[in-house]
Design a protein around this ligand. Structure first.
Ligand code: SF4
Ligand code: SF4
Length: 380
C-alpha cells in the first residue's frame, strides 16, 4: 500500500499532548530498554519515526501505541528529552479519535472545555429527565417497593438500553480499528487465525499480563483492582439491580460484592489522583485534562453510589433518591460519552491490539507453513 505522508502530523499530535517529536534523533535507547519492544514491534522508536515522517496511514493502522503500557521508563532514559512515553500516550488519544466515526473523541481530546461542557450538559439533562420521570412514578419519600420514586425494574430497562447504545458505539469504533489495521498492514488472516487467537482477548482485558512485565508492579496492581471492581459493579447493576436496591436490610449475598467493588473503585481513583497531584511516577508527570475529567467523574459515580446505599439503609429515603439522581447524572455521561469516546475506550482497544497482533502472527505462521507444506506452529 502506498504511504500517504502528512507533513503536519506531528503538529496535529501536539494538540493531543505529544511533545516536540523533532527532538528524537532515532538513537533507539528507548526501544532497547522497553520490555515490550521486540523485533516485530519496535516500540516506541518505530512510532516516533513514523510520526516524524508524517506516515499517517501507517500510524493509523498501527497497533504499537496500544502495546505500550506507559511505564515512562523510555522518557526517563531518552538523551534528547523527547518524551517518547508521553508521545505514545498522545498517539493513543489520536488513534481513539481516528477510530471514532462521530468526531466526539476528536472534540474531547482537543478541547477539555468542550468535553467538560458536553458532560455537564448531559448530566443536567439526565438530572432533569430522571427527576420528571421519578415524579411521574411515585414519591420522593419512597426509595423502593410500591410507589418508589425510581423503580428498579424501570431503571433496569434504561440500563439495558444504555448498554445497547454503548455496545453499538464501541462496536463501530472497534470495526474501524480492525479495518485500519488490516488495510495498513495488508493483513490477510483466515477465520482460524481469528479463532485460535481468541483466548488472548479476555485474558488481556481483565489481567493485562503484559502490563505486569513492567518494572513497576504497583500501577498494574491498581489497574487490576480498578478493572475487577468496575466489572463486578457492572455485573451487579446489569443482573442484580433489584437485589442491590432492595432494603433497608442488607442482603449480604449481593451487597458484599458491592462494598468490595466500591472500595476498589474509590481506592484506585484516589491513588491515581494522589499520584497525579504529587507527580510521583513517570506516567503521572504529565496529566492531560481528559485524565482528570475521567477520574473525577468516576469518583462522583462511585461515592454517590455508596452514599445512596447508606442513606437508604439509614431510612432517609428522600435523601437517598436525591443522591440516586445525582449518581445517574454521573453514570449516563460516563457510560455514553466517556466509555466510547474518552479514556475508558482503551479498555477495548488495548486487548484488541494484543489480540490482532496474535492474529497477524498466526496468519503469517500459517502462510509460511503452507508455503513449506507443513502444519502451522501453535502460538506460544
Ligand atoms: S525517543 Fe529518545 S531514546 Fe528514543 S530514539 Fe528518540 S532520541 Fe532516542
Ligand atoms: S512507556 Fe514504557 S512501555 Fe511504553 S514505550 Fe516507553 S518503556 Fe515501553
Amino acid at each position: 500500500m502506498a504511504t500517504r505522508l502528512n507533513p503536519g502530523l506531528a503538529d496535529e499530535l501536539e494538540a493531543y499532548g505529544a511533545e516536540d517529536v523533532s527532538k528524537c534523533f532515532n538513537c533507539g535507547n528507548c526501544s532497547a530498554l522497553c520490555v515490550h519492544s521486540e523485533a516485530r514491534h519496535v516500540i516506541p522508536r518505530r512510532s516516533m519515526h513514523a510520526l516524524q515522517l508524517g506516515a499517517e496511514d501507517k500510524l493509523q493502522g498501527s497497533l504499537e501505541p496500544w502495546l505500550c503500557y506507559y511505564c515512562g521508563e523510555c522518557s526517563e532514559q531518552c538523551p534528547k528529552g523527547a518524551e517518547p512515553a508521553e508521545t505514545m500516550m498522545s498517539m493513543r488519544r489520536w488513534l481513539t479519535s481516528k477510530y471514532d466515526f462521530t468526531g466526539i473523541s476528536r472534540l474531547f481530546y482537543r478541547s477539555w472545555k468542550w468535553e467538560l461542557l458536553i458532560i455537564v450538559l448531559a448530566a443536567i439533562a439526565t438530572g432533569i429527565g430522571f427527576t420528571l420521570f421519578g415524579m411521574s412514578q411515585g414519591s420522593i419519600n419512597n426509595y423502593d417497593g410500591p410507589n418508589a420514586f425510581l423503580p428498579s425494574a424501570k431503571i433496569h430497562v434504561f440500563d439495558w438500553a444504555m448498554a445497547g447504545l454503548l455496545v453499538f458505539l464501541l462496536g463501530m469504533n472497534v470495526a474501524r480499528m480492525w479495518r485500519f489495521f488490516t488495510k495498513a498492514g495488508d493483513v490477510r488472516a483466515s477465520l482460524s487465525s481469528y479463532l485460535v487467537s481468541l483466548p488472548a482477548l479476555p485474558v488481556h482485558f481483565f489481567a493485562q499480563p503484559k502490563y505486569r512485565e513492567c518494572d513497576r508492579k504497583r500501577p498494574w496492581a491498581v489497574h487490576l483492582a480498578l478493572m475487577l471492581s468496575y466489572v463486578t459493579m457492572l455485573v451487579l447493576v446489569m443482573f442484580f439491580l433489584g437485589e442491590l436496591a432492595s432494603g433497608p436490610e442488607i442482603d449480604w449475598r449481593v451487597h458484599v460484592f458491592g462494598y468490595l467493588a466500591s472500595a476498589g473503585l474509590i481506592g484506585a481513583v484516589l491513588l491515581n489522583l494522589r499520584g497525579r497531584l504529587r507527580r510521583d511516577s513517570p506516567q503521572h508527570t504529565h496529566s492531560h485534562e481528559s485524565d482528570w475529567i475521567f477520574l473525577i467523574l468516576l469518583l462522583v459515580v462511585a461515592t454517590t453510589g455508596v452514599l445512596q446505599h447508606v442513606l437508604h439503609r439509614s431510612g432517609l429515603d428522600a435523601a437517598a433518591n436525591v443522591t440516586y439522581v445525582i449518581h445517574l447524572m454521573g453514570v449516563v455521561p460516563m457510560l455514553v460519552l466517556e466509555v466510547p469516546f474518552g479514556k475508558w475506550a482503551h479498555m477495548a482497544y488495548r486487548p484488541l491490539a494484543v489480540y490482532l497482533a496474535r492474529v497477524q502472527l498466526h496468519a503469517e505462521a500459517a502462510a509460511a507453513a503452507e508455503a513449506k507444506g507443513a502444519q502451522p506452529l501453535a502460538l506460544p
